[in-house]
Write a protein that binds this ligand. Structure first.
Ligand SMILES: Cc1cc2nc3c(=O)[nH]c(=O)nc-3n(C[C@H](O)[C@H](O)[C@H](O)COP(=O)(O)OP(=O)(O)OC[C@H]3O[C@@H](n4cnc5c(N)ncnc54)[C@H](O)[C@@H]3O)c2cc1C
Length: 206
């Protein structure tokens, strides 16, 4: 384990690197927040073939996951493969969360976004309020407000685990939406992440 992982505090820890989590991490990392993305490697996407994700005629689930993780890394997120089994406030006095992984690693983060798909284990362990879900395969979900905040201050949730319709384009959008809401809360104003094409000079286009 790198020293950093135990001694320094991430701004945001995103738990779950499916479409929701990778998308959330891309936005928080691009905004300059030190972002940790942790994943246990059990996204439903490993068995999926996607024909309904805008921008791809067809892409396999594993390829999509790989591209998404690479994009999150390129944006600056640190990716760790591990299962987080404990989420609680650390004893530091500040509002910093301690995330304990099955393999003994510990991470500290000021904000957490749970994107754990079908798994409510961590939400239950942390004592988050749950509620009935309306999607057939997600009968129970994490209770969130309209911005994605859970019942624990500083802990947010996005994607299928928070009730988004289980389609990659929808959960990816939900991860981005919740990340933007978190960033907007931190900055005290609505955040927009837009890039523009560089101006093409006639010489460059010739
Ligand atoms: C067979 C199959 C086919 C599908 N086909 C399509 C399709 O054609 N089109 C479409 O749009 N959608 C499809 N989907 C649905 C799509 O895969 C889901 O909607 C989407 O994966 C949900 O995204 P998510 O990011 O919310 O959760 P997930 O993709 O499930 O990701 C959750 C991640 O969190 C991780 N995790 C959970 N708990 C922890 C923990 N405690 N610590 C660390 N990591 C944790 C898991 O390992 C997982 O990687 C399909 C799903 C399946 C199963």
């Amino acid at each position: 384990m790198a020293m950093d992982e135990t001694t320094s505090v991430y701004d945001v820890a995103v738990i779950g690197a499916g479409a929701a989590g990778t998308s959330a991490a891309i936005f928080t990392a691009r905004a300059g927040l030190r972002t940790l993305l942790v994943d246990a490697g059990e996204s439903g996407l490993v068995k999926a073939a996607l024909y309904n994700h805008l921008g791809y005629e067809r892409v396999s689930g594993p390829e999509f996951l790989q591209l998404a993780k690479e994009q999150a890394r390129a944006a600056g997120a640190e990716f760790v493969e591990a299962r987080v089994t404990g989420l609680e406030l650390s004893s530091s006095g500040d509002r910093v969360y301690s995330l304990k992984a099955e393999n003994g690693q510990e991470f500290l983060a000021r904000h957490v976004i749970l994107c754990t798909g079908k798994s409510l284990d961590l939400a239950r362990q942390a004592g988050l309020e749950l509620t009935a879900g309306r999607e057939r395969k997600y009968p129970e979900i994490i209770k969130v407000d309209s911005d994605g905040r859970t019942s624990l201050t500083g802990v947010w949730a996005a994607g299928a685990v928070a009730g988004a319709s289980p389609h990659t384009i929808i959960v990816a959008g939900d991860g981005a939406r919740v990340a933007i809401n978190l960033l907007s809360e931190l900055q005290g104003k609505r955040v927009v992440d837009h890039d523009v094409l560089p101006v093409q000079t006639p010489a460059a286009t010739a």
